[in-house]
Design a protein around this ligand. Structure first.
Ligand SMILES: [Ca+2]
Ligand SMILES: [Ca+2]
Length: 191
């Protein structure tokens, strides 16, 4: 052991079974995957890194699907995927089904994009509180939401910048079952 270089010693320590036993387990799969595909080790997964991850798992995403994946997983619309966002997606058993939208599902998604844009009066890619209230009223009118459904601006605004961007809207729609209602995602099955 005394002949080992410090680098080799480090490896020995990392592989020591004692370390695995200590604390009761290894890292969750989601953490291992996240670290593996965060190739530049920025602590965030970029859209390009996400595409590699999906492809390695046997799912090649088209540009449109990748665009959707970025919208769905990057819930605060920061442009990159944090570990919290990644693990939330990973825990969903339908994670890949929810990414591989058909052309028909993508065209239904376009309806949401159009709706968002029609309330984004200043073309900023985000809605302020007043614009968001107007959108909410329209959703009620179209029977996509009900009056009593959660409309908590501050919670929907995950990035806490006082505006709702498209990703934040999609994350909220996801939680409220609107994506199913609009046919973007398949209806939840009771098993
Ligand atoms: Ca993010
Ligand atoms: Ca925001």
């Amino acid at each position: 052991m005394s002949k080992l270089t410090p680098a080799k010693k480090k490896i020995m320590v990392a592989l020591s079974p004692k370390l695995f036993a200590f604390g009761g387990g290894t890292k969750p799969v989601s953490q291992l995957l996240f670290n593996k595909y965060d190739t530049d080790q920025s602590g965030l997964i970029s859209v390009a890194e996400l595409r590699f991850l999906c492809y390695d798992m046997g799912y090649f995403l088209s540009d449109a699907q990748l665009d959707w994946a970025r919208t769905l997983i990057d819930k605060d619309g920061s442009g990159e995927i944090s570990y919290a966002e990644f693990s939330a997606w990973w825990q969903n058993p339908l994670r890949f089904d929810h990414l591989l939208l058909s052309d028909e599902q993508l065209s239904k998604l376009r309806r949401i994009t159009d709706l968002f844009r029609s309330f984004d009066k200043k073309n900023r890619g985000e809605l302020d509180k007043k614009e968001f209230e107007e959108l909410f009223r329209e959703l009620i009118k179209e029977k996509l939401m009900e009056e009593n459904q959660a409309n908590q601006f501050d919670e929907i605004d995950r990035s806490h910048d006082g505006h709702i961007n498209f990703n934040e809207l999609i994350a909220w729609f996801y939680d409220q079952g609107v994506l199913q209602k609009m046919g973007v995602l398949p209806e939840k099955k009771d098993d």
